[in-house]
Design a protein around this ligand. Structure first.
Ligand code: PMV
Length: 313
């Protein structure tokens, strides 16, 4: 039996603009994670996949339509076996589960695929580098999201803070001084594909305005990168707020996100913004060890269905 895990993630700066080539910063969130367990099965059974949270059992090889809930999982297994140069005529049971909430900007799809790739490779006696895992998981991200930038698979597979620019080698960030985040969940599922598609339509109809917004978000991400590495935590708060204002200009915020962001700021957070695709999902607040608890309480009072306090280091 082989078990592997992978964390969730949040994007600190640069979501959406990252799809258009600007830099973004993301960090792993280890308080939530996906798990995959591979066991050998009786000969002739083939590969059986079980998703315990979804109450789903599926046998690899049955013609699976792309809209079937097991399709991304099946594709992940196929891509991994292809990559490893191993045919699909194996007898295995793959069981997956996850505490990363789905469609809430915490990288649930990337976490699950990463756990699956790791567990399969390890069970078959093969070692993959984080870069190889990331590239395999990217193929699953395409199924989930259409035109992903690649930031989710990168941060989850490397499990370290990263500065990501599409098409460039990844930069792992050495955090100069640890800092704290309170992550608040609106409880509203928001498929990344939809928000990304709306931003694309906006960009197509008003290219100059959108390019200017992406430039400003990219500039914030670059400043934030310097502050993270230089340990200037105090400089991050205003950058978080400026990034949020630009995300609002892209029309990816929502009343529920605004409610949580306002509550966090009022309770003393240094800055607060949505994270990920927006329209729902999660927001982050930059907090200190002293005000983390009051901010978390304020988020719950304002309607957050879950609050995670995590340290970035
Ligand atoms: O909501 P998430 O965690 O899937 O993040 C999406 C981030 C975007 O920048 C909006 C899209 C992307 O592919 O980078």
């Amino acid at each position: 039996m082989t078990t592997a895990h992978a964390p969730g993630k949040v994007i600190l700066f640069g979501e959406h603009a990252v799809v258009y080539g600007r830099p973004a910063i993301a960090v792993p969130v280890t308080e939530v994670r996906a798990s995959a367990v591979v066991t050998d099965a009786p000969s002739g059974q083939g590969i059986v996949m079980r998703a315990t949270d979804l109450d789903l059992t599926h046998r690899l090889g049955t013609a699976t339509p792309t809209e079937h809930p097991a399709y991304p999982l099946e594709a992940t297994v196929r891509h991994t076996l292809n990559w490893l140069g191993i045919g699909a005529s194996l007898d295995l049971i793959l069981t997956v589960s996850s505490t990363v909430p789905m469609a809430r900007g915490l990288g649930s799809g990337a976490a699950l695929a990463t756990a699956v790739v790791r567990a399969l490779a390890c069970h078959l006696g093969r070692e993959l580098t984080p870069q190889q895992v990331s590239e395999l998981v990217y193929q699953t991200e395409v199924i989930h999201h259409g035109t992903p930038s690649g930031i989710d698979n990168t941060v989850v597979a490397f499990e370290q803070p990263v500065c990501f620019v599409k098409g460039q080698p990844i930069e792992v960030l050495q955090v100069g001084q640890p800092f704290w985040l309170a992550i608040g969940d609106t409880g509203i599922a928001s498929p990344t594909r939809v928000a990304v598609g709306d931003v694309r339509r906006g960009w197509q109809s008003e290219p100059e305005r959108y390019e200017a917004l992406f430039d400003r978000i990219g500039a914030i991400a670059r400043q934030a990168r310097r502050a993270v590495v230089g340990g200037e935590v105090g400089a991050l708060g205003p950058l978080v707020d400026e990034n949020q204002a630009l995300l609002e200009a892209l029309d990816v915020s929502s009343p529920e996100l605004q409610q949580l962001i306002g509550a966090a700021r009022k309770a003393g957070a240094m800055g607060a913004k949505l994270c990920g695709a927006g329209r729902g999902g999660n927001m982050i607040a930059l907090v200190t060890p002293d005000n983390a608890e009051p901010v978390a309480a304020a988020l719950r009072t304002a309607g957050a269905v879950q609050v995670i306090v995590t340290q970035v280091h």
